[in-house]
Design a protein around this ligand. Structure first.
Ligand SMILES: [Zn+2]
Ligand SMILES: [Zn+2]
Length: 278
């Protein structure tokens, strides 16, 4: 296929809440959320969790100078990689940091400044020479400087979160994290948003048995994810934002349970690359 027609996603971190390194998580990975979407030749990064450290090193190696970084929201597991994302400090790079759950670009920078200020971290956001802050309202479409249009949707999560949709060369890829099912209006909007997607990345931190004790925590279940996929005609669902408590063996079992219902669905692991055309 012509590279210009490709729509792919690479998972640099698949955990929710907290990094979970160790011998029981080596196969699925312990880094928190960071996704690299290639829309033709344009690079769009979604979230800057601890997995972004590796992506940053790779971008430095490639000398890939421009990227848009879309934040789903500002919880720790989605921003903690920014201070360690090396290209962000390099003035030769041009990285636009977008957020849809904030009032303004300045408010977005203020939030990240709280992470990047003493005594938590010694280097301020002013040192991020490559970065320019941008904001939008979740639900709007945004046009990225490289010519990529991204549709967005408001998700159900404490403090707000934004879902993203990429359409390219007849293919559709959606990222729905962090999100709790159960709000009728938001659920309907999300179902319409992901309709016909070739790939849907979905926050399935819990399972149906755990969920009753986690109501209001802002996350969904894999059973809800597969039900949504069936309703909305999603071709392939990637179960994502794994609870840090899950071991590789737990996730193997989950992958089996998921495939028993939907053979094309899968449990995402670090390093996985999916092509929307496959
Ligand atoms: Zn999260
Ligand atoms: Zn969150």
């Amino acid at each position: 296929m012509d590279p210009a027609d490709r729509l792919t996603i690479r998972f640099w971190g698949v955990r929710g809440s907290l990094p979970a390194p160790g011998p029981s998580t080596v196969r699925y990975g312990g880094e928190t959320t960071c996704l690299e979407v290639m829309v033709g030749g344009e690079r769009v990064i979604v979230d800057c969790g601890s997995g972004a450290r590796w992506l940053g090193l790779e971008l430095m190696k490639q000398g890939a100078l421009g990227a848009d970084l879309l934040f789903t929201h500002s919880h720790m597991d989605h921003i903690c990689g920014l201070p360690f994302f090396v290209p962000a400090y390099d003035p030769n790079y041009d990285i636009r940091l977008w957020a849809g759950h904030v009032a303004s670009a300045g408010a977005h920078q203020d939030i990240l400044e709280r992470l990047m200020s003493p005594p938590i971290f010694p280097v301020p956001t002013a040192a991020l020479k490559a970065c320019r802050f941008r904001s939008f309202h979740a639900g709007e479409s945004i046009d990225l400087p490289g010519g990529v249009r991204v549709d967005t949707v408001r998700l159900n999560h404490p403090g707000g979160a934004t879902g993203y949709r990429f359409d390219h060369a007849g293919r559709r890829l959606c990222i729905i994290t962090d999100h709790e099912h159960g709000d009728g209006d938001i659920d309907a909007a999300v179902a319409a948003f992901v309709a016909g997607a070739d790939i849907m990345v979905y926050d399935a931190m819990y399972n149906a048995a755990e969920y009753p004790n986690r109501i209001g925590w802002g996350h969904s279940t894999w059973q809800e994810g597969l039900a949504l996929a069936a309703r909305a005609g999603v071709r392939r669902t990637a179960i994502f934002h794994h609870d840090p408590i899950r071991t590789d063996d737990d996730l193997d079992r989950l992958d089996g349970d998921v495939k028993a219902i939907d053979p094309r669905a899968l449990v995402a692991h670090e390093g996985l690359v999916l092509d929307a055309a496959d």
